[in-house]
Structure formats: C-alpha cells, structure tokens
Design a protein around this ligand. Sequence first.
Ligand code: HQG
Length: 178
Amino acid sequence: MKIKDISKFLSLVLRHEPGRIGITLDENGWTDCRELIEAAGRHGMSFNYETLVEVVHTNDKQRFSFSEDGKRIRANQGHSVTVDLSLEPQVPPEFLYHGTVAKFLDSIRGGGLHKGERHHVHLSPDLVTATKVGARRGKPVILSIRAAEISAAGQPFYVTANGVWLTDAVPPEFIDFP
Ligand code: HQG
C-alpha cells in the first residue's frame, strides 16, 4: 500500500468517518494506533506501525500527530466530526492568506469566508502555502486577510500543530481582494 494512499485513508477516518472502519475518536480526536491498524487491516488497508510512523513523519503538511507515548494518533486539523483539539487562542500576524478560485469571489465579496463543512475557516501564514491550497481547485486566487484587526476586535484565532491558522469566519471588510 502506497504512503500517499494510507495518508488519504487516515484523513478520511481520523477527520470524517471513523465509523467507516468501526473505530472511535476520543473527545480530543485521538484513537489507539493498534486498534486503527487492526481495523484498517479488516477493511483491506494493511500496514504496520512502522509504516504508520513513516506516513506521519513524511506527510507533506504534517497532517497527523502521535501522542507522546506513541500509542495514539490524531489528525492535526480539518475534522468534520466534533473534536476538541484544545487549541489556545493566539494573536495572529498582521496578514494571513486564503487561497481560493475566481468562481467563489462574488460570494466571498458578499458574505466573507465561511467555514463550510469544516470546523473553522483555514488560513495560511504565507503566500506559497495559500497558493497550493487554492491550486487544489483550479487557478489560485490569493486573498489577504487583515487578521490582526479581526483579532483586535475580539475574535479568537488558533494555530494548529502544523501551522494552519483557524478562525470562525472572515467578514468581507477584512479581506483585501487582488
Ligand atoms: C470557499 C486542505 C463561496 C473557500 C488545504 C474554499 C487547507 C467560499 C472552499 C485546508 C466562501 C472551502 C482548507 C463563500 C469560503 N462563498 N465560497 N462565502 N467561503 N469559500 O477545502 O480553505 O489537505 O473546506 O475559498 O490545504 O480550501 O485537508 O477549505 O475554496 O489547508 O490537510 O470554499 O484543507 O488541507 O474549501 O482548505 P475547504 P480550504 P488538507
């Protein structure tokens, strides 16, 4: 089984559908590695712990973390199931960036950025990352978000273990369009 396929599979079961292979996530999103490996094996996804470590350590966006003792694993962000990642609010830099595509711009101009299926709006700390995020959907369009101003107005921001900034919503007046 290829590393990338295992990574995609982990994103599915650790963020969205643990029940698909009969595992559960605790309230903080963790699941037992041994149970995960056994359940995956029963569903045609065979890999061992060493491979799981390789997937976590080589992941291009550091999407997953192990607990300190290495016995549990969770996704760092991107869940659609309810989990509490216990992130502390952080003051963001002056600007954060959001990569999207042209067809969404009218709607974003009208209503700002919405979290959609995810728990938060996802923002990138740099243009390179935002460009990659936008490019998943077509020709990327990068929006600059005046994050420090939103934060100063009292709305919390969080940063995940892999450097993705999260917040509830971004009103259009804080977005600089290209
Ligand atoms: C757009 C991936 C119309 C928004 C990436 C985006 C990221 C609106 C799409 C992470 C809108 C939602 C998150 C509005 C937002 N009207 N369209 N008012 N507000 N949108 O995938 O930020 O691989 O849920 O611009 O790399 O693209 O999963 O969010 O195009 O880090 O680890 O609605 O997901 O990481 O799409 O991506 P998404 P996103 P992973």
